[in-house]
Structures are given as C-alpha cells and as structure tokens.
Write a protein of this length. Structure first.
Lengths: 344, 443
C-alpha cells in the first residue's frame, strides 16, 4: 500500500498520468530529483563512484531486515530441509535404548506425496478457501467502497471499529466465538430461535459455517483497510470527469474504483489464500466441540503439528511442511500470473 | 491441549504438585563432584509450574534440614516445562534434578529422560501408598518418584435421585439401569464429552484392562481385552440408548450450567474438581452426595481408577538421592502444612501418603455436599483403593489424539466403541512399526 500512496503522490504532483496504470514496485518509483550533486563522497571512499556509494548506502538500510530474515527464515528453512531427509528410529526392543538417525533421501517426501489424510486435508482447506476467500474479498470491497463514499470523519471512526476484530489474536477470537456459538449460554441460539430457527453452531454440519464466519469476521477489517487505502489513491479528477459525464455513484464505483484497486485485491486475495491453506488454530479449538468432524489431521497444518509434536516424527513433519509451502507457493504463483495477465 | 482435558489435567496437576510432586533437579551442583563430601549441602534444582506454593514449600524444606538445598525453578506451564527441559537435555547442561511430570512416565523413559532411581526409592517405600508406588514404576523399576493419583469417586445430585425415587448405583450395570430410569424423566445420568476419552481410560483401568504390557523385549498391545470391552460396553449402552449428554469442556460455563440444572444426575470426579463445582453450581450446591465409584459386578475387590504423571529425576542429575530426600520430606505433616496456599488457606490433598484422612476436611468445600463428613470418608476411601498404574506404552503422545478422534466418532454414534478401539490399536501398531519399537498385537 505504500506503493499505492507513492504512486498517488507522484500522480498528483506530475500532471502527466492520465491512464489508470497500477504499477508494481520497482517500476517507475526511482529516486527522482534527489541527485546530490553538491557533495560527492569522493574523498572517503575513493574506489567507488558516487552512484555505487549511493546504492551501497541505500542498500545498507535493508541489512537489519536481511539479518532478521536470514536468522528467522532462511536458517530455519535450511534446517528444515536438512531435517526432512533424515529418519529417526528407535534402536528396537521396548524403545528404551535411544534412537538412531539415518539418511533417508527423499523417502519422507515420497511418503508425503501419497499420504491420504494429508491430501484429504489439503482438499478440505482448498474447498473451504473457495468459499471463504471470495466472500472475504467481496465483503471487504463493499465495506471499503462504502467507507470511501462516506465523509472522511465518519470513515475514520468506522475504519477503527472494523479493524478491531483483526487486532484480536486468533486464539482469543476463537474462544470468544465459541462462547457466542454455545447452544446453552451463547446469545446466538436464542436469537435464531426468535425466528423459529433451530441452529446449532457446534453440530458437524455447521462447523464449516461457524469457522468460516469467524475467519471472515477476523479478516474483513484488514482487507478492507488495504482496499480503502488503495481507493484513496485514485485521482479525484477522474471522478469529477465521470460525474460530469453523468455517471452514477454506483457506476463510478464499479467502473473506476474497482479496476483501480485490482492490484490490491490480488494482494489481499493472495494473503487470504495463504492464510486459509495454513488453517490451524480455529479448527484446533473447534475440535473440542465437534471431535467427530475435526480430526487431528483435519487440515495440513494440523497434521504437521500432530506429526511433529504428538507423534514425534519431526523428520516427516518438516517434509510435509515443505510440501505445504510448495503448494501454497504454486497456488500463489498461478493466481498472480492469472490475474496479472488479465490486467494487461 | 487446549482441549478441556488438559484444562482439567493442568488444574489437577497444579494442585497435586503442591501436595507432593514438586520436581527437583540437581543441575550444576557445584560441590557435587569431587571434594564435596565434607562441604555444605547439595544444591538441586526442582522444576515445576506450581506458582502458588512451589517456592514456599522448597524454602520450608531448606529450613527443615541441612543436607540438601532445593532451588525451585518456576516454569510457566506444563508445556513450558517440557520445552525448557528438552532444551536443557539437548544442551546437556543445566539439567535439573527433579521435574514435575509433564507426560506419562513411560514416555520419559523412552525419550531417555528419566533415570532409574529404584535404589534410592525403595528404602522409603513405606512413606507412600500402593497406588503411588505402582504409578512410579515402568517394567518393575522406579523411573519416577512415588506420586499419588487422584482416586475417582462418584457424586450424585441427591435431590434429583430422591425426586425420581432412584437408587444410587453400586455397579456399572446398575448405572446403566439408572440411566434408563432417569431418561424417562428427561434427565441424563451423566455427561460424556466427545473430546475427552479419559472416562473410557478410567473405566478400562478399573476393569483391569492392560493396553500395553511388557513381555521380555517387546510390547504387547491390546486395546480390546476383556476389561476394555467391558468398559466399552457400559459406554456403548449409554450412547446407543441416548442416556447421556455430550457437552464439551471447552464451553465450561455451559457445562456447569447444565450440571447445575438438575438435568444431569451424576458424574465421576476427583477431589480437586470440587472447589470448581462449588462455585460453578450456585443452584444445586448442597444437593450433592458422594458415593464409591460403581464397580464391575465381577470385580474381586473394589478398586478406584486414577492415574497420574509422576515427577522424575532426569538422566544427568548427579544427586538422585537428594531428589528422593525432597520427595520423601513432602510426605511429612510439616511439608503438607508448608504447602498451605496463603491466599485460599487450603492445603493440597496429600494423595501419595498411606492415610490422608487428616487432611480431607480441608478439601471438602463448604455447603456443597448434603453431608460433608460422609463425603470426606468417600474421598479417603477412593484414595485407599486407587490403582495408580495404567501403562500407556512408549508412544502415548502419538496415539492419544487418535483415541480422541475415534472416541469422538463413537460418542457421536458414527462407529461403535469396539471399532474405535480396534482402529486405535491399528494406529498404535503402525506407529510402533515406524518408530522401530518391538511389539506384538495380542490376539
């Protein structure tokens, strides 16, 4: 979104851009107009010309991030990859004699690729994503458009309120909703009873709806904020032109605003898909209310958790993690490619 | 974990810990190795998550004698204890000398964490009851410190029973009959939480089931022995005839409200649940009565189910005798008094000692039972008959979630309990196979 804001300022300052181009970072945003002609650091670093020095200085700002990234992402990924090609076995007997670790090559991956429960879980979250992700995007977009149409002051108030669910940690949100859903003490059951509906949110058939509602509730605020941010960057003269041409607010929203935020929609959809494929804490808690439906390997992430920390097969768990990461990566790439092509 | 069972278990353990389990450990006892003989006391570290009284008990111990100094290292939780302990073991340094049990004892042995302390424990075996001694053993050796189990007894809503003129059951067959009788009045005899198979485990233990036995160098796995099937049969009848409710522990306010409503007539329980019931049952408090847990009609003598996670002395602790000394001291009246919670004024119920009757008055909450004295006697009697040991095999953490899954399906009526148990047995076999542990499945 910082990208959009940047484009926005650039757009407002420079009179040129008429067409609604939504550039990705690295495209046009070069440090224009900052050429420090006056003080070249020639004396201090003689081997570099000022351009290189400038780049090094600029790049150095990323070092703290890169260090953290390496320590907390790259190193663990490396360790996981190493872990996933070994196998740990007991030395036999009653299992009291310790364990041996041996190299297993790609055995763990081969087992993972044909692991029925794992892929059943993958299919489950995939179908779930098919419903929840579009629903979240549509709702968020609608809210963002409404906020955009409202006066700034009103919008600011709603923006905070709508973002509140996002600030609640997932586990806490789930606990809160479990009490809301509770057939005995929750307010929702009597509420639906007023309309003659007997709804049990804890039943096996409703558990998807219960979790989906919770997921949408948690994600809408964040997604809405991103889309709202993107809407702010739409040049207002475009609206004026449209209004002069007699376009209704609805038409403006559909034909101008929505195309403008398409880039952001792709981003939020991707984030949403990644989050959904990694579905974990909600089913883990809902497991208690419908254990016959939500088994320990209900989603890929739950299965990985079970393998790692219950079964105790870290090697296999890391192999499954790598497979899950690949699936998420491929899904993201496909969606990104697909939506990008449409754009051009 | 997060599931209610852990909730209950944690609550129970926290309290149990103050009674006797606070773990100890002899980390880097500096004077321990060479020239220690004549110098000061041995210092050991004890790890546990008893935030209420862990430290004050350790202090009292340090004042009471001069041979051992206990440093109580408070952990955030059961899980935190496990994480920190595993890290210490991996690092090979800072290993404590006594750790509160965060997993079943056999798991500790399989992971190479618990050391054999038979030599140190045997001389003081008299201090403990039979259940506590049984719970501390794996394959006939002490890998854990004698640890009391919370004996199960049976509480009934006497008002409900009287109202419908139903006799309190003494056997599990009668229990099912009572369920049928009460069902006519739209009352459930008890609650079976779909996520919590511990009731099945307890009943199987009571029926003499042996899910894991050791035969020489291999495990004998049997989830469908006579005892287990007898226990499963009780539950199967309750499920098939819809005589029970299936409220989850996760939704505790709802559960308590329902317990309190008079619509649920009875439950098996243990001493540490009582305080929660007293505060959680505002309406029915005063209507409850304690009885012995129903028995299987062919039982040779009455027994009560009850399991525990014993504290243990980790491999690498150089002063196991100091850990045992601390554990032994915890059975003394002064130690029990030292465990009095300053805020609530309650002592922990010393479930590991042969006769805890002197302390039972303290754990019977006021105005909950029709007859406090009778209830106290039942609690003590349950403690006297507690079995303590139920072997959970070398891969409990792996199969317990599977048992949960299968139990959940059975409680929902999707499969029978026998099918569920067979599935768990198959899971165990496959898991032991993949782990390279020798086993055989009993016919």
């Amino acid at each position: 979104m910082s990208v959009n804001t940047h484009d926005n300022h650039a757009g407002l300052r420079e009179p040129v851009p008429g067409s609604p181009h939504d550039r990705r970072p690295g495209g046009g945003a070069s440090p224009r107009g900052h050429t420090p002609r006056g003080h070249t650091p020639r004396g201090r670093i003689p081997r570099w010309n000022w351009r290189t020095a400038q780049s090094v200085k600029g790049a150095s700002f990323t070092f703290p991030f890169l260090a953290g990234f390496a320590l907390f992402v790259l190193v663990p990924v490396g360790m996981a990859l190493r872990e996933s090609v070994y196998t740990t076995k007991s030395t036999g007997g009653l299992g009291f004699g310790g364990q041996t670790v041996s190299f297993a090559g790609l055995d763990n991956f081969a087992a993972g690729l044909v692991d029925g429960p794992f892929w059943a879980g993958m299919l489950r979250v995939f179908l779930y994503a098919l419903v929840v992700v579009p629903l979240t995007q549509v709702l968020s977009l609608a809210l963002a458009l409404l906020l955009d149409a409202a006066r700034r002051r009103t919008a600011a108030r709603f923006r905070i309120a709508l973002l509140l669910p996002y600030m609640v940690p997932g586990i806490v949100a789930t606990m809160v909703w479990i009490y809301q859903y509770s057939p005995t003490v929750g307010p929702l059951t009597p509420f639906f009873e007023m309309f003659g509906l007997d709804v049990n949110f804890f039943s096996s058939s409703m558990v998807w709806v219960s979790m989906g509602n919770l997921a949408v509730w948690g994600a809408v605020g964040f997604t809405m904020l991103i889309l709202y941010g993107a809407l702010q960057s739409v040049p207002h003269e475009v609206f004026e032109a449209a209004r002069l041409d007699g376009a209704s607010e609805l038409r403006i929203a559909w034909s101008i605003k929505v195309p403008f935020v398409r880039g952001s929609l792709v981003l939020t959809s991707l984030l949403s898909i990644i989050g959904t494929l990694q579905l974990f804490d909600q089913p883990l808690l809902f497991r208690a209310v419908t254990p016959e439906t939500i088994t320990r390997d209900f989603t890929p992430a739950m299965m990985i958790y079970d393998q790692a920390f219950k079964v105790g097969n870290l090697n296999y768990a890391t192999a499954l993690s790598v497979i899950l990461a690949l699936v998420v990566g491929v899904a993201s790439a496909i969606i990104y490619r697909f939506t990008n092509r449409e754009e051009s | 974990m997060i599931r209610s069972r852990a909730h209950w278990a944690t609550a129970g353990l926290a309290v149990t810990a103050l009674a006797g389990l606070s773990a100890c450990s002899a980390g880097a006892a500096p004077g321990g190795s060479t020239d220690a003989e004549a110098t000061g006391p041995v210092t050991i570290e004890v790890w546990g998550w008893n935030a209420e009284t862990g430290e004050q008990v350790a202090e009292a111990f340090n004042e009471a004698q001069d041979d051992v100094t206990v440093k109580y290292v408070l952990q955030a939780s059961n899980t935190a204890t496990q994480t920190n302990f595993q890290n210490a073991m991996e690092a090979g340094s800072g290993v404590p000398c006594l750790v509160q049990g965060f997993a079943p004892l056999t798991t500790m042995v399989v992971n190479g964490w618990a050391q054999d302390i038979t030599e140190q424990v045997e001389p003081s075996a008299d201090l403990y009851n039979a259940g506590a001694l049984a719970a501390a053993q794996v394959d006939g050796k002490y890998y854990g410190l004698p640890s009391g189990s919370d004996g199960q007894f049976y509480i009934v809503n006497q008002k409900t029973f009287d109202k419908y003129d139903v006799e309190v059951p003494t056997t599990w067959d009668e229990f099912v009959d009572v369920g049928r009788e009460l069902k006519k009045h739209d009352v459930d005899v008890t609650n079976l939480a779909g996520e919590d198979p511990s009731g099945l485990m307890n009943l199987a233990q009571q029926a003499g089931a042996e899910w894991f036995a050791i035969d020489g160098d291999q495990w004998v796995v049997n989830f469908t022995d006579e005892g287990t099937l007898a226990a499963a049969d009780v539950f199967q009848q309750l499920i098939d005839e819809d005589l029970v409710s299936n409220q989850t522990y996760m939704d505790k306010p709802a559960l308590y409200k329902y317990f309190d409503s008079g619509k649920m007539a009875s439950t098996t329980t243990q001493w540490w649940s009582l305080t929660g019931y007293q505060t959680g049952f505002p309406d029915s408090s005063g209507d409850w009565a304690a009885y012995p847990i129903p028995q299987f009609s062919d039982a040779a003598e009455p027994v009560t189910p009850g399991r525990t996670l014993p504290s243990f002395v980790p491999e690498g602790c150089e002063n196991p005798e100091a850990a045992v000394a601390f554990s032994d001291w915890l059975t003394t009246p002064e130690a029990i008094e030292a465990g009095r919670n300053e805020e609530t004024g309650a002592v922990g119920f010393p479930v590991q000692i042969p006769d805890p009757s002197a302390y039972v008055e303290e754990v019977v909450p006021k105005d909950f039972f029709v007859d406090d004295k009778a209830a106290g006697e039942e609690i003590v009697a349950a403690q006297e008959r507690v079995i303590g040991k139920f072997e959970l095999g070398p891969d409990y953490d792996a199969w317990f979630p599977e048992l949960q899954d299968q139990w959940g399906k059975a409680v929902a009526g999707e499969i029978t309990l026998e099918e569920a148990l067979t599935a768990v047995q198959e899971f165990v076999a496959a898991d032991l196979e993949s782990k390279g542990i020798s086993y055989t499945v009993a016919e």
